[in-house]
Design a binder for this molecule. Structure first.
Ligand code: HEM
Length: 349
């Protein structure tokens, strides 16, 4: 009997080795995110999630508008070459402009000092252990929970990149004036379906935008058509009261409007109800309610906050798996704004 079992045991052993060693290493860098798991730091830094939560809550007490900033930071990190904290780097050896300086990020990124504080505290408690990419993911989860959604588990184990290029952000991040088909293309390239796009856009149920992003819709839409006909007229009036036709240069950050005029601080399906009433702030939002491919999904999300919540959280986890670096790829940055300066660093950013 024993003899009979040996080949079977050998086959099982070979299969296990193949599955555990060969397959994951082949999968690396392909953005599958299969190496991430919940409780990744349970032995090496068990207090990590509490520290992130405490710091985010402390900062939010001073700035109630923090949650949308952290949620957007996560999205903008993950959509540009994956969730690798490349968005946090101030410089790379090549001297090329970094993602932070791109058009879509530029002056509008917020919450960076919160990530710095979390990292500083973690370096005291568990030195050289927690990646900046995981900190962004944990902080985004706290943001979503503070904005009213159930607090979900976050798979972790991401590592940090040593590269960051503004040009990558320019081609990877959607803008409000892009045709919907182009936005769909950006999401499809990252394996997000039409439903995922509609569901994730529900993030625009919290936060603000600079008036500059919407002024064309209110004042100079087309020759002889000052206002975008896709905007509800009363809503357009409301926006015009907050946004002057000419925002003084260098005053952009002083003129902002809520993305959701009804419940601006709560993550909920109000966004979809707004779209049904032509109260989507961006053309790219409003297009979801009229495009034949997405209209029905908007209606479904408008009909059930519960259905949207479930799908939104699922998509947060999916987004967090985008093109991640794991195991021996990348590094654990000591300071989230700088790649580690080691004598043997090889970096071709
Ligand atoms: C579908 C295409 C999208 C476009 C065109 C877009 C564009 C924008 C723009 C222009 C702003 C305003 C920035 C500013 O002026 O400060 C903004 C804000 C925001 N976006 Fe998006 N976005 C998109 C999708 C997403 C997704 C998928 C998420 C997250 C899952 C997200 C989360 C946010 C949040 C939370 C804010 C508010 C930020 C704040 O208050 O600081 N967006 N978005």
């Amino acid at each position: 009997m024993e003899i009979c079992h040996r080949p079977i045991a050998a086959i099982i052993l070979i299969f296990t080795l193949f599955a555990n060693i060969i397959l994951p290493s082949e999968a690396r860098g392909q953005g599958l995110g299969n190496d991430l798991h919940v409780g990744f730091y349970s032995k090496t830094c068990p207090q990590v999630e509490d520290i992130v939560s405490d710091v985010v809550k402390r900062f939010q007490a001073q700035d109630p508008k923090l949650p949308p900033a952290l949620l957007r930071l996560f999205f903008h990190d993950c959509f540009v070459k994956g969730c690798d904290a490349s968005i946090l780097l101030d410089a790379t050896p090549s001297g090329q402009p970094v993602e932070k300086l791109s058009e879509a990020n530029g002056k509008t990124l917020r919450g960076l000092e919160v990530i710095d504080e979390i990292k500083a505290e973690l370096e005291k408690s568990c030195p050289r252990t927690v990646s900046c990419a995981d900190i962004i993911a944990y902080a985004a989860r706290e943001a979503v929970a503070l904005a009213g959604l159930p607090r979900h588990d976050v798979p972790a184990g991401r590592r940090d990149s040593t590269t960051s290029r503004a040009t990558d952000a320019d081609v990877s991040l959607p803008t409000p004036t892009m045709p919907l088909q182009q936005i769909i293309g950006i999401f499809n390239q990252r394996n997000f379906s039409l439903e995922d796009i509609v569901v994730m856009s529900g993030a625009h149920s919290i936060g603000e935008s600079q008036c500059n992003q919407v002024n064309r819709r209110i004042y100079t839409f087309a020759p002889n058509v000052p206002r975008d006909p896709a905007l509800d007229p009363a809503y357009a009036d409301e926006l015009a009261q907050k946004c002057p036709a000419q925002v003084p240069p260098d005053q952009e950050l002083n003129f902002k409007v809520n993305l959701d005029p009804v419940t601006p601080e709560v993550l909920d399906n109000q966004y979809y109800l707004n779209l049904q009433q032509k109260k989507g702030l961006f053309r790219s939002d409003q297009a979801l309610a009229t495009d034949p491919g997405t209209q029905e999904i908007v209606n479904q999300m408008a009909a059930s906050n519960e259905a949207w919540t479930k799908r939104f959280i699922k998509n947060m986890i999916k987004m967090g798996r985008s093109q991640v670096l794991t195991r021996d790829e990348g590094e654990i940055r000591l300071n989230c704004r700088e790649f580690n300066k080691e004598p043997d660093r090889i970096d071709n950013a």
